[in-house]
Design a protein around this ligand. Structure first.
Ligand code: ATP
Length: 699
């Protein structure tokens, strides 16, 4: 088990040769690489610190956990070090890639039962170890199950793992969660009583279904809807009719995991004893069954990426508005989600599901389902709120100050002590992108990047008076290419058209037309504007208690009692009575409330635009003054400030929480070191004991 530890991996980027890209996640790109001094092929996960400014805790935890871990079924980190503005994490190279990629490439309908039993047994062994060490993985899914060339299976990605060690209570329920919604346990979504490692057992059950069908249940729906479906529907499972090819024991095993009450779920240890896992075979069998005949990982990865590109290209001639709606409804933009996962899932669905089922936006399945409509409405709300806040931030004169307090330390400095980052590297770091880091002001610049780019983009393409009405969020994607997602309260072209040519009446018609066609008034938001958007999203969370973090979903507990609530969807004029836990509904209501305030502000801006276009001169003060208050349109700056403060407090609370986690990890490390020291001392004493008689003898 410990043999990998014996090698000392170099911490200089020059000692590695990067080969092809073999994987892409929310926060990182993974390359096959070669460690020159050790003459060994490795995988290097490259994280761009500039893009992770506000998620250093997550990175720190991931690397920390990966380095402490030592189990044949868990991917460990050999070492980690900075390289320019990046952080490199060196890991064993898993030549087979992830189960998700293998399924997408060669088994779109899912794997056969013996393969599933083998894969899951190995993953379960990993979970027994991880739970035994006091961790909750929190992101068990096919995309995080990696296979080596010889069929060895390892659980990867500790980006959102949590430590259960806390004031001595290893199983303490927690009040926050990060995860991918399809795999997320109901208690995690509800946040009523916290959760523990049993959340991984739920995700494990969902992963079993994913491996059996080629995709996770509900994977074609937008995130908010997944949350509601998971909470309201009966747990998903293998169907006795539809899934005839699977054994009774498999079905039973899945249903044991997918019980809503976590207390009724088995522990990983107990589950491992389930007779289903007796069907598991050897690693060699696995290699033969799913890896034989596959092209090298990098080729597969390229092919899959190409396919995703084709899917997008095929849609290129679609009406752009529809396309953005489609992406929007999948939650990519609105929830700032794990884009790769969503893209992958979308690709799987497109291959397997008829279009009618797919088109959740226009499809009839949606039409009469009020809960679904509420879900999509909520998704809109979030996007609107988030982007509108982006705009508001630009208006705030003290934004810079706010950011500097929100992220007071420089990235590499913050990571010092956690990776192989030396004091010297930090001191000598040059701001020009060589091994080093940015200054405080540069950090803030990076934090501000999204908003500055919004301005510059606007300046290039539109006159002043349209800048504040249209948002263009520009960002760098993994490969450094720039991507632009655009959106506005009205579609951009409508605004442009209005600006250039249209008479007021035409504009009204266009406004009417597009407003009807697009039920979503919110702008699109890119996931890679994470620096900025996370701040904003956290901002929202101060009231909505729903966060985005590291491209995933994060919910914090809102201490609400159990209440019965009725949801009304103003977007569609439908009323849905839902007996939901208040904690589930509150965020929605809060979003709607916020949305209201923000939409009023948007209306003010539009009014201004209309007035400007029609030649009326509007004094800025006039907008916020008596006329608007008469209309009830005066935006409340105090409320905005208050929300920002709440958000800041929440961020601080999170930081305290994270520090407590780290303290526990350090304590754990200390305990390990003490144990080692003790055994060394014991060895030394033993040797001494042997030496003493020798001495006596020689005297
Ligand atoms: N050691 C490895 N060997 C081979 N491929 C790997 C390795 N680690 C990761 N990958 C590939 O790279 C992808 C992304 O890696 P990873 O999941 O660690 O990144 P991430 O940004 O943390 O992802 P996520 O989107 O789950 O947060 C994986 O899904 C997998 O296909």
């Amino acid at each position: 088990m410990g043999h990998e530890l014996e090698k000392v991996f170099p911490t200089n980027p020059k000692d590695y040769q990067l080969y092809e890209e073999v994987g892409e996640g929310v926060s990182a790109t993974v390359y096959r690489a070669f460690c020159i001094p050790l003459n060994e092929v490795v995988a290097i996960k490259v994280l761009d610190l500039e893009r992770c400014n506000n998620d250093l805790d997550g990175i720190r935890r991931e690397v920390q956990t990966m380095r402490l871990i030592d189990h044949p079924n868990v991917v460990k980190a050999y070492c980690s070090f900075p390289a320019g503005h990046q952080l490199w994490v060196v890991m064993p190279y898993m030549a087979g890639g992830s189960c998700l990629h293998i399924m997408k490439f060669a088994h779109p309908e899912g794997f056969d039962e013996p393969v599933i039993a083998t894969l899951l047994r190995e993953v379960l062994k990993a979970l027994v170890y991880v739970h035994g060490e006091g961790h909750i993985h929190r992101d068990v899914k096919a995309g995080n199950i990696l296979i080596d060339a010889d069929g060895a299976v390892k659980l990867a990605d500790f980006g959102v793992a949590a430590c259960m060690f806390d004031t001595g209570d290893r199983q303490r329920a927690r009040n926050t969660f990060v995860g991918t919604p399809c795999w997320m346990a109901p208690e995690v979504m509800q946040q009523l009583h916290g959760y523990d490692f049993k959340a991984d057992i739920w995700s494990f059950g969902i992963t079993a279904l994913e491996l059996a069908h080629g995709h996770a249940p509900f994977s074609k729906y937008p995130p908010m809807k997944v949350l509601l479906m998971t909470l309201q529907n009966a747990p998903p499972g293998l169907d006795y009719e539809r899934d005839k090819k699977f054994s009774k024991s498999f079905k039973e095993m899945v249903s044991t995991c997918l019980v809503k009450d976590p207390k009724k779920r088995p522990t990983s240890e107990k589950l491992l004893k389930h007779h289903f896992f007796k069907h598991g075979r050897s690693n060699e069998y696995l290699a033969r069954a799913i890896l034989d005949g596959l092209p090298p990982l990098a080729d597969r990865f390229r092919a899959l990426k190409g396919r995703e590109g084709d899917i997008l290209l095929n849609r290129a001639d679609e009406d752009k508005e529809q396309l953005s709606q489609r992406e929007y409804i999948r939650g990519i933009s609105a929830w700032n989600f794990n884009l790769e996962d969503l893209k992958s899932q979308a690709a799987l669905i497109q291959e397997e599901t008829p279009n009618s089922e797919l088109d959740v936006n226009h499809g009839t399945n949606y039409a009469n389902d009020s809960v679904q409509q509420i879900a999509s409405y909520e998704t809109d709300d979030v996007a609107n709120v988030v982007t509108s806040r982006k705009e508001k931030f630009q208006d705030l004169q003290d934004f810079d100050g706010f950011l500097s307090t929100a992220f007071p330390i420089r990235p590499l400095k913050a990571l010092e002590g956690y990776f192989d980052v030396s004091e010297d590297e930090i001191k000598d770091a040059s701001p020009n992108g060589q091994v080093g880091m940015q200054s405080d002001s540069e950090s803030r610049m990076l934090m501000n990047q999204g908003s500055h780019e919004v301005n510059s983009e606007s300046k290039n393409t539109r006159p002043e008076n349209l800048e504040n009405s249209t948002f263009v969020v520009k960002h760098l994607d993994v490969s450094g290419r720039q991507k632009i997602f655009s959106g506005s309260l009205l579609p951009e072209r409508v605004l442009s058209h209005a600006k250039n040519t249209a008479l007021p009446t035409e504009r009204d018609e266009l406004h009417q037309k597009y407003h009807c066609e697009r039920n979503y008034s919110g702008p699109l938001l890119s996931r890679h504007s994470s620096n900025h958007s996370s701040v904003n999203l956290n901002d929202e969370s101060s009231e909505g208690r729903v966060f985005q973090r590291k491209g995933r979903f994060k919910v914090t507990s809102s201490d609400a009692g159990n209440k019965v609530a009725t949801l009304v969807s103003p977007a569609v004029g439908l009323t849905a009575s839902a007996t939901l836990e208040a904690a589930t509904i509150l965020p929605t209501l809060q979003f709607i409330f916020q949305q209201n305030v923000i939409q009023r502000e948007q209306i003010v801006k539009l009014l201004k635009l209309v007035e400007q276009a029609s030649g009326h001169h509007v004094e800025p003060s006039g907008l916020g003054g008596g006329e608007l208050s008469q209309l009830g349109l005066q935006p409340s700056l105090t409320a905005i400030k208050e929300r920002e403060l709440q958000s800041y407090i929440l961020q601080l609370q999170q930081q305290v929480d994270n520090l407590a986690d780290e303290l526990q990890i350090t304590k754990l490390k200390n305990a390990q070191l003490e144990r080692k020291l003790y055994s060394f001392q014991k060895e030394r004493d033993d040797i001494n004991e042997i030496d003493i008689p020798k001495g006596e003898y020689s005297q």
